[in-house]
Design a protein around this ligand. Sequence first.
Ligand code: AMP
Length: 279
Amino acid sequence: MGQVVSTPAELRAFPNADRGFVPTMGALHAGHLDLIKRAASEHEQAVVSIFVNPAQFSNAGDLDRYPRDLASDAQIAFAAGAHLIYAPQPSTIYGTGFSTWVDPGPLGDRWEGAFRPGHFRGVATVVTILLNTVRPRAAYFGEKDFQQLQIIRRMHHDLVLPGDIVGHPTIRDQDGLALSSRNSRLSPDARARARAIPDALRAMQRAADGWTRKSAVLENLGMDVLAMSGISPDYLAVVDAGSLEPVPDAAADDRILLAAEVGGVRLIDNMPVVPIGGA
Ligand code: AMP
């Protein structure tokens, strides 16, 4: 069994030879566990942070409702191979007089950023603090949150932060829905309808492989699949994977981004235009 620590000083007491790091907000599911298993298999020591970051919530109710169960999360993380859990208090991360923020620029203003003002500033700031505290050889992030991953890659490069940033593929339920701690809030009806989200993305991939690379045509096709389940997305767009700018004609390594509210629960997903290894 590993150990749970809550301050940078306690963390520093552990030798840091070769550390793989997985930052999370807890409520761990099989998607998180895949990241932890990978970090543990690729490094001598796997560190998992569990911190519900107040700075990335624009809605106080959402922050209050976020599930917190450190004892159960710690057990699950240790079983997946974590050696050390870093679970700081908000006052440890944002101490008295805290006033320095990391602004991810335009990458943080569009898509999710447009619906959640300040969200990526909160993410970029806490990830910077966590990387500087944990000092890993590599930090693992899910492609599930593709915009977040690209913002972190950009920031890591621009600010010359330590270690490598590693993206990990999205882990999905049997019917294709991306695993998320929010899925437990879906009613049975909403859960059934949510399947249209991966279905729409896959329909767009098939069309891109078979008959069109016109983004507008692909997007209309995806909208039709969603509409059949009564879903009207916040956005559905084919974008350049690096700049996240919309592209008129889809290339294989462009990305399809999708966000939609289903039964009152906001879900996000994304896929490459051409699946890795071919369509
Ligand atoms: P969170 O606890 O939601 O902040 O997520 C912590 C990390 O797990 C982030 O890097 C997420 O992108 C990643 N993650 C969440 N869900 C999945 C999933 N279904 N597949 C892969 N990674 C995921």
